[in-house]
Design a protein around this ligand. Structure first.
Ligand code: PNS
Length: 165
């Protein structure tokens, strides 16, 4: 029986939806690893180190939850961790197509690959990290979409940009 859940993603930035999913995953599996992809987007809002710091702060106190990062193929990382089950969120129908392709590709690459989909609370179903990045970059408020710690860092990052430019 597998008891380890792996939640991989970009988390740029971590949103209330991500946090909701972490809590849900934590509620059903004793061990959960949140893993940030290193070789992701070319111009992220936050560096991988900043995202790791934020995720560590957000998951502090959740026993059995750890935060890590990975490079390269997800299935290679999964093999190194001895085959955890992958956790992914499904918010809206349009998520399904991408997740479906990714899951089947991963399963072709590694036949033991398993994925568990969970739905975040409906309050968060419209929130995506990419929309939050856009709002942040255009100077809008992000408090309703991300945890307080992340909102604070977004404000800091934007204040830095304004004074630099
Ligand atoms: O938060 P995201 O951006 O939706 O997460 C996507 C992620 C990181 C899970 C996916 O891009 C991934 O697994 N990337 C690692 C590279 C890889 O294995 N690609 C093949 C996937 S079929």
């Amino acid at each position: 029986m597998r008891r380890h859940l792996l939640y991989p993603g970009s988390f740029d930035p971590p949103t209330l939806g991500h946090l909701d999913l972490i809590r849900r995953g934590h509620g059903v599996f004793p061990k959960l690893t949140v893993a940030v992809l290193r070789n992701g987007a070319k111009s992220p809002l936050f560096s991988v180190e900043e995202r790791l710091q934020m995720l560590r702060k957000l998951t502090k106190g959740l026993k059995g939850v750890s935060v890590d990062s990975f490079d390269g193929l997800l299935i290679d990382y999964i093999r190194r961790l001895k085959n955890p089950v992958v956790l992914r969120g499904l918010r809206v129908v349009s998520d399904f197509e991408y997740e479906f392709q990714m899951a089947l590709m991963n399963r072709k690459l590694e036949p033991t690959f398993e994925v568990l989909y969970m739905m975040p609370d409906e309050r968060y179903s419209y929130i995506s990290a990419s929309l939050v990045r856009e709002v942040a970059r255009l100077g809008g408020p992000v408090e309703k979409f991300v945890p307080d710690e992340v909102a604070r860092r977004v404000r800091e990052a934007m204040a830095g940009k304004v004074s630099e430019g």
